[in-house]
Design a protein around this ligand. Structure first.
Ligand SMILES: Cc1cc2nc3c(=O)[nH]c(=O)nc-3n(C[C@H](O)[C@H](O)[C@H](O)COP(=O)(O)OP(=O)(O)OC[C@H]3O[C@@H](n4cnc5c(N)ncnc54)[C@H](O)[C@@H]3O)c2cc1C
Length: 360
């Protein structure tokens, strides 16, 4: 493509959401450019690593509806690319039987008719012999839940995008955005123009939006709230188990590993000693990763309030990976001025009203 090329769409950020957005645009024969600040692949955003959980236990109906299609879209791209991206493992959920969260998970699975098995204290150790169920805790297994091979999924979306004629420029940090009927995007390695722009920049979203006079109430955390602990098969470290603390501390995405607070590790060690008697509670490898949180933990999927040809996908609040293919489809629809496949009112920017700073 020559320097004068006018793209149908430029997507900023080649994490899972930007890569799937670019892929859906290319599928619709749109001339699309995907820009990434780092050399690909990289581990500095939120989409890297080998595994992410996919599950259906969402009490909000808008997520539950999307998830049905999500499983189909994951299977579709697996077929197109001839790679395996999803492995069904089942998901064991344990928690205090009378707690709000545990009740919610159980009721939601029943309400959404997701295949599940409820275990009693009596039969728990027969089915799950290596784990201790705390006194007063209940356990359910969500059968269709599993893992997504994260790095491979992002690479596959990018690869399919390129096969469809899409262009990726990595090592191209966007340093300025000039809105207009044709949006101009200035990067460290060139200037590009397009009819529309999608911003999927993860923890860096507000830095980019500053060029357009907008600031969203996003908080970047080095990994969200209370003792929500989860684990999943650790593909990258055979013989080890990946145990994660769904909480963290506010951080700067460019200085993620300067974090010194280790209270999360202490909590994980105590939990493992109590519930996983066969595991060494001392961590062999410690890694942190970035969450970009909205106040209500729901995503932002919307047009820029002042520029209808700029679309924003942000604030995936630590649970956005599984939705990648559907987010990509929705952001591509918004950027092409199409009616989105789902009601996007829960994801509108106007829900924040007084928390959104605007210099427009
Ligand atoms: C530890 C961890 C575990 C998680 N577990 C799960 C899970 O089990 N299940 C689940 O569904 N979700 C999970 N999530 C959440 C999920 O991974 C994220 O919601 C998702 O990866 C967000 O993707 P993104 O594309 O929005 O952001 P990112 O992956 O951060 O991508 C944004 C990209 O934009 C680029 N960029 C930024 N600024 C610029 C610029 N100026 N110029 C060019 N490029 C730029 C960045 O370099 C980056 O590549 C987890 C997240 C973490 C951190």
């Amino acid at each position: 493509m020559s320097a004068d090329t006018v793209y149908d769409c430029i997507v900023i950020g080649a994490g899972v959401q930007g890569s799937f957005t670019a892929y859906h645009l290319a599928k619709k024969n749109k001339k699309t450019l995907l820009l990434e600040q780092f050399v690909l692949p990289h581990s500095r955003g939120s989409s890297h690593g080998q595994t992410r959980v996919i599950r259906k236990a969402y009490d909000q109906e808008f997520y539950a509806h999307m998830l049905d299609e999500c499983y189909k879209l994951w299977a579709q791209i697996e077929k197109e690319a001839g790679v395996r991206l999803y492995r069904q493992t089942g998901l064991l959920v344990m928690g205090p039987e009378n707690s709000r969260y545990y009740e919610l998970v159980k009721n939601t699975l029943q309400k959404n008719k997701v295949p599940m098995v409820a275990l009693t204290r009596e039969n728990f150790s027969k089915h799950i012999p290596l784990v201790n169920l705390d006194e007063g805790h209940g356990a359910v297994v969500e059968i269709p839940a599993g893992i997504l091979y994260a790095d491979r999924a992002v690479k596959t979306a990018q690869g399919q995008f390129q096969k469809l004629g899409g262009v990726i420029r990595d090592n191209a940090m966007v340093t300025d955005i000039k809105p207009g009927p044709l949006v101009t995007v200035v990067t460290s390695s060139g200037v590009y123009r397009a009819k529309s722009l999608v911003i999927t920049a993860g923890p860096w979203t507000n830095r980019l939006l500053a060029h357009t006079g907008l600031e969203l109430p996003l908080e970047t955390e080095c990994q969200d709230t209370k003792e929500h602990i989860y684990g999943l098969p650790s593909n990258e470290y055979p013989g080890l188990m990946k145990v994660c603390f769904h909480a963290g501390f506010e951080t700067d995405p460019d200085h993620r590993d300067k974090q010194k607070n280790t209270s999360d590790i202490d909590i994980l060690q105590r939990y493992i000693a109590r519930c996983f008697p066969g595991l060494d509670p001392q961590p062999a490898v410690v890694e942190s990763c970035l969450y970009t949180l909205t106040p209500d933990r729901n995503f932002v999927l919307d047009h820029h309030p002042a520029y209808s040809n700029i679309v924003i996908g942000a604030g995936f609040s630590g649970h956005g990976f599984k939705f990648g293919p559907i987010i990509g489809k929705l952001l591509s629809e918004l950027s092409l001025g199409e009616v989105p496949s789902y009601d996007l009112s829960p994801f509108k920017i106007r829900r924040f009203h007084e928390k959104t700073k605007s210099a427009l």
